[in-house]
Write a protein that binds this ligand. Structure first.
Ligand SMILES: [Zn+2]
Length: 256
């Protein structure tokens, strides 16, 4: 039976039976996979904290090629992201990153860029203070890697670059709509022209440099709503972790 070696970040850990756990992992070599960790619920088990969600690990697993469920044989922690685990707002944000990855990526579809986005996103979350900007970059970069990059360079209908003060955005057409075409297309949302530049930056900026990007005051909520609705238009449902980061943000804002 083939044995696989890889690095991975743990996405989910789920109790499968009284003794075993089912682990979902984003590996750097084989994409998203699922493994059964035998006896992982026993107090003295060989996996320990390495199968906690968010852990960056080195693992060995085996199973038939192209099957959907493997057996975890060995796992070592490379990095546990302890800085995230000590801060409630960062924990919720990290859990949101993981849920987004789990929702938007198919199993057994290797993509090193997705793995690196998750790894670098969690690393940045440990050290960078601007969690909102970091989250917007993560969302936009992941949407682009998952094949849902929004069209922001020209009107999706007439292909012209002709805007006044407000631009329409159509979730169905996955991009911006000019004023003239808006009369026929009826975009679901409009935003100020100044925001367009920042949306374009989100598509290309390296997540490691999240602290270099600052949204103009008063635009943060518009950018957040636009990207959130864009994600919803693809997932078709609210992610479980999203209300938590919204509530956390409100709590922090009210205590300042
Ligand atoms: Zn147009």
């Amino acid at each position: 039976m083939p044995i696989f070696h890889s690095e991975a970040i743990v996405l989910r850990s789920f109790n499968l039976s009284e003794a075993d756990k089912l682990i979902t992992l984003m590996t750097n070599r084989y994409g998203k996979i699922k493994c059964v960790a035998k006896a992982a619920r026993k107090i003295k088990n060989r996996f320990g904290a390495s199968i906690e969600p968010m852990s960056h690990i080195r693992l060995i697993y085996f199973g038939k090629e192209n099957q959907t469920l493997y057996r975890l044989n060995h796992s070592d922690i490379i990095h546990s992201f302890q800085e995230i685990r000590g801060d409630l707002q960062k924990i919720y944000t990290g859990v949101y990153f993981i849920e987004l990855i789990d929702t938007l990526t198919p199993e057994m579809h290797p993509d090193l860029n997705v793995f690196q986005l998750l790894q670098n996103g969690l690393k940045a979350l440990e050290t960078i203070g601007s969690i909102d900007t970091l989250t917007r970059i993560f969302e936009m970069r992941l949407m682009c890697l998952a094949g849902y990059a929004p069209q922001l360079n020209h009107c999706t209908t007439c292909k012209k670059v002709d805007y006044t003060t407000k631009i329409g955005f159509s979730f169905e057409r996955r991009g911006i709509i000019c004023e003239l075409c808006s009369l026929q297309v009826n975009p679901e949302i409009y935003f100020q022209i100044g925001i367009l530049k920042y949306l374009k930056k989100l598509k290309t900026i390296d997540i490691k440099h999240a602290n270099r990007l600052k949204f103009p005051k008063g635009t943060e909520l518009d950018i957040e709503r636009l990207i959130h609705r864009y994600i919803l238009s693809h997932t078709g449902r609210e992610l479980k972790s999203y209300p938590f980061i919204r509530d956390m943000k409100k709590t922090f804002e009210n205590t300042l």
